[in-house]
Design a protein around this ligand. Structure first.
Ligand code: NAD
Length: 495
């Protein structure tokens, strides 16, 4: 198959930059805009409407109006499915353009966007669309003469605030189940990556989603995001982002209308490699991609590697061989191994962690900020060994291509160190001993524990964390539970 000319596609894009409110494309009420930059080149991409509280008010009002009208919320599930499946087809036809957009917008490799991220987002939308007309209610076991019908009903207006690392995916993880269930949505994309969310809303209108059911307001967290979190007429707030901001959303809800809050926050995911893992080559492939995919800007990135002392050297050598495949390059060039960091600010933060790491651990490879063709914010794939489990780089979420290697002596020690974290999002175990696989996975505190694979994701499997990684689960039918409430109708009849 001939690979598309990604530079050509990216030049042909027209990036929508106005908010989508009530089915219309509008400027911010204040008239303000912010500049969106391509982090791989530092060049401006577009001026984007800078929504704030006033625009959020307008978006929530239009979402409420659509919800109360029943135009979507009371439409038969099979009819909602039809509209969402039309949206799936429109998105599928635009995978190249959506992929190029995300690559320009946040620096990810276009190869990953087109080969994984964007098709995955489309599949997840399809999965929730197809699920919705298969959700049955219950009948309570009441005495004769009474009937208790228990149904799942939409909540009303759902606010969604998402990060920049997988812009379309994170938007779809929230919007797909929320919309399928009949809610109206106000989505605030991250300021670093607004374009695919705006295109998503445009395509949704084209697919026949009624006006006001999906609104997208680009803008900053402290203004637009906070306004959504504090809004008195938002019934549920679904957030993906940092733990610090997740905590703010709990506060916003407590200080406003006690809306439901679902949080998908940070992580510091452990990978434990036992000496009884028969295929260390395959394990090294997984560990390398687990930390370097998307420049390590992944909430569930495998950033802590616990390796048994007897295989530590062998395993680090195997990782070093793989590092050559993850060298920074032009994100639009399919031969590049690592894209750009989302922006210069974030790259500086990651470099501060690397400098901190140099003080107490051994730098095995990488450690430098680099440019590509003389520009952009890139960081080399970086591995530290001899990392103390108490070191900052072993405890804090770096959100960059930085792996901390920590050796262990026995199973108990590995589990104890792996669980010694404020996070509990994902974990992986490499072993060929079935009993050990079960034993260790049941003792690790993580929403997903993967055995002999790192960070597998599927629409059928719930995703989310324990502890300060958040609450609730995205994906699978359990995501639908988040955007619905149980409602009982109790009927008494004459026997
Ligand atoms: P962030 O928390 O800074 O921003 C996320 C969103 O929150 C953005 O839309 C931002 O505008 C908004 N926001 C920021 N400050 C706000 C405020 N004061 N009030 C209201 N909204 C505010 O996170 P980020 O830097 O965009 O993303 C990286 C973080 O996201 C990492 O911690 C990562 O682990 C996490 N993440 C988690 C998951 C998951 O599923 N658990 C997935 C992806 C990313």
């Amino acid at each position: 198959m001939i690979s598309p000319d990604w530079h050509e596609i990216s030049r042909s894009l027209t990036l929508g930059s106005r908010a989508v409110i009530g089915g219309r494309f509008v400027d911010a009420h204040s008239g303000r805009t912010f500049t969106s930059f391509n982090p791989a080149t530092g060049e401006p991409l577009a001026e984007v409407a800078e929504g704030d509280g006033v625009d959020i008010d307008a978006a929530v009002a239009s979402a409420r109006k659509a919800f109360e009208s029943g135009v979507w919320s009371r439409r038969a599930p099979a009819e909602r499915k039809k509209v969402l499946l039309r949206l799936v087809e429109l998105m599928r036809a635009e995978i190249p353009e959506l992929s190029a957009t995300e690559s320009l917008d946040m620096g990810k490799l276009v190869r990953d966007a087109a080969g994984n991220d964007i098709p995955a987002a489309v599949n997840i939308l399809q999965w929730h669309a197809e699920e919705i007309d298969k959700v049955y209610g219950e009948m309570a076991p009441l005495p004769e003469g009474n009937m208790g019908l228990i149904r799942r009903v939409p909540l009303g207006v759902v606010g969604a605030v998402v990060p920049w690392n997988f812009p379309l995916n994170m938007a779809v993880w929230k919007c797909a189940p929320a919309l399928a269930a009949g809610n109206s949505v106000v989505l605030k994309p991250a300021e670093q990556s607004p374009f695919t969310a705006l295109r998503f809303a445009e395509l949704a209108l084209e697919a026949g989603l009624p006006e006001g059911v999906l609104n997208v307001v680009p803008g900053f967290g402290e203004t637009a995001g906070q306004a959504l979190g504090r809004h008195m007429d938002v019934d549920c707030l679904a957030f993906t982002g940092s733990t610090a901001v997740g905590k703010l959303f709990l506060r916003y809800a407590g200080e406003s209308n006690m809306k439901q809050v679902w949080l998908e926050c940070g992580g510091k995911s452990p990978v434990i490699v036992f000496p009884d893992c028969a295929d260390l080559e395959a394990a090294a492939d997984q560990v390398a991609s687990g930390i370097f995919y998307n420049q390590g800007q992944v909430c569930s990135a495998a950033s802590r590697l616990f390796v048994h002392e007897t295989i530590e050297k062998t395993f680090i050598d195997l990782l070093l061989k793989r590092v050559t495949a993850y060298q920074p390059g032009d994100p639009l060039d399919t031969r590049s191994g690592l894209g750009a960091m989302v922006d210069a600010n974030h790259a500086r933060n990651v470099m501060r962690f690397i400098e901190e790491g140099r003080k107490g651990a051994a730098l095995v490879t990488g450690g430098n900020a680099v440019t590509v063709n003389g520009r952009g914010s890139f960081i080399e794939p970086t591995i530290f060994s001899d990392v103390s489990p108490d070191a900052v780089i072993a405890r804090d979420e770096i959100f960059g291509p930085v792996l901390s290697v920590i050796r262990f002596r026995d199973e108990d020690e590995a589990i104890r160190m792996a669980n010694d974290s404020i996070y509990g999002l994902a974990a992986s175990v490499f072993t060929d001993d079935l009993s050990r696989a079960h034993r260790v996975s049941s003792r690790l505190t993580a929403g997903v524990v993967a055995v002999n694979v790192v960070d597998p994701v599927s629409p059928t499997v719930p995703f989310g964390g324990f502890k300060q990684s958040g609450s609730g689960r995205d994906l699978s039918r359990h995501a639908t539970e988040k955007y619905t409430a149980l409602k009982t109708t109790w009927i008494r009849y004459r026997c």
